[in-house]
Write a protein that binds this ligand. Structure first.
Ligand SMILES: Nc1ncnc2c1ncn2[C@@H]1O[C@H](COP(=O)(O)OP(=O)(O)OP(=O)(O)O)[C@@H](O)[C@H]1O
Ligand SMILES: [Mg+2]
Length: 342
């Protein structure tokens, strides 16, 4: 058996978890959800199946999102989820894989330790952590080993990670808790305010994906949205337009832009010059909202290259790193947070 054959990279996101297996490629993409029996504490399902179970099952079955804002919020459930996903891709082999896990740049020491421990407890031999924006930069195809600055803006579900990467390391970064989930919240609030209609987070996400835009468009689309009328308490439906969504997203997107600006201001001039030549790498599910790239270009004057596959880019990057891990001399890819498992 090839030593590296079964090493694994996990993009452990707030919304989605991607599992990349060395020598195989992207093996799993699942929502980061586990279903648990609230009475017995038993884990029932992980990922897509857990999500499907919800809402159609007795009240004792609860959904747990073990990752919040990019970091572990429920340690036991994260371990069980990782264990299940690792087993799915390696079978019941006794071989303990090395694991690369993506983490936000803002992760604390305690959270780092918890992530490493969770990986080890889930069956890994060693755990390496890599910042999401480094993984996304590699996944986009950028050569980050050279002294050349690349800026990544990764808009995920829980966090937006902004980082300038050069010679394998993060030079400047900022991580804010404004991303896809915050966009959904803003839509919920907007519809409540404008139409006196209470809608759920899930409905807000659906309308965001269906007709969302960061900018008003030439031909706005309309979607009927169902909710509970705040005046009568009864079900009601309203028509929501692309323009409404753009208006709702104004504030959270402005916060993303401010963070981008802050990182650019802090970045050494030579690297800013590199970034202006290379363009900004835009990734993460949140970048699928039309117009986000245009708005970043308008704010910064720097061209924006949205990666081909925003949802899986970081997983591919972490996967590529996994392949190189055994070959590269230490320090070549600056895994500043690299730690050996116990
Ligand atoms: N087509 C789309 N248009 C707009 N938003 C989308 C689209 N597809 C997915 N999203 C949003 O992308 C977000 C998930 O993105 P992603 O999978 O990159 O996040 P994550 O890696 O799980 O989270 P994080 O990196 O914050 O921990 C969700 O908020 C989802 O609503
Ligand atoms: Mg992510």
């Amino acid at each position: 058996m090839d030593f590296f054959e079964r090493d694994i990279a996990v993009d452990l996101g707030t919304t989605n978890t991607m599992v990349y297996v060395s020598g195989k490629g992207l093996a799993l993409r699942e929502p980061t959800v586990v279903a648990m029996d609230a009475d017995s504490g038993r884990l029932l399902k992980v990922g897509e199946e857990a999500q499907k179970m919800l809402g159609r099952t007795p009240a004792n079955i609860v959904a747990i999102h073990p990752i919040a804002n990019g970091v572990i919020s429920d340690y036991d459930m994260t371990v069980r989820m990782l264990k299940e996903l690792i087993t799915r891709v390696t079978g019941f082999s006794l071989f303990k894989p090395c694991l690369i896990i993506t983490v936000p740049g803002s992760i604390s020491g305690v959270e780092e330790r918890a992530t490493i421990d969770a990986g080890i407890e889930a069956g890994a031999r060693k755990v390496f952590l890599v910042e999401s924006c480094v993984a996304a930069a590699i996944g986009s195809g950028a050569d980050i080993s050279r002294p050349d600055g690349h800026m990544v803006v990764d808009i995920g579900g829980g966090t937006t990670e902004i980082g300038v990467v050069s010679i394998g390391g993060v030079v400047e970064s900022e991580s804010i808790k404004i991303a896809g989930d915050a966009f959904d919240d803003a839509i919920v609030k907007y519809i409540r305010r404008k139409h006196n209609l209470a809608i759920g987070q899930k409905t807000a996400e659906e309308v965001k994906i269906a007709i969302g835009s960061a900018l008003p468009t030439q031909e706005p689309e309309t979607r009927a949205v169902k909710g509970r009328c705040l005046m009568t308490g009864l079900p009601r439906s309203v028509d929501v337009t692309t323009t409404d969504i753009a208006e709702a997203l104004l504030e959270p997107i402005e916060q993303v832009l401010d963070a981008v600006q802050i990182v650019l201001e802090r970045t050494p001039p030579e690297l800013v010059a590199d970034v202006s030549v290379n363009g900004i790498i835009l990734s993460g599910g949140g970048s699928l909202i039309p117009g986000v790239d245009t708005i970043i270009l308008a704010k910064t004057g720097i061209k924006v290259n949205r990666v081909e596959e925003p949802l899986t880019c970081a997983a591919y990057g972490a996967g590529r790193l996994l392949r190189e891990l055994g070959r590269l001399p230490e320090g070549m890819v600056n895994l500043a947070r690299k730690r050996q498992g116990r």
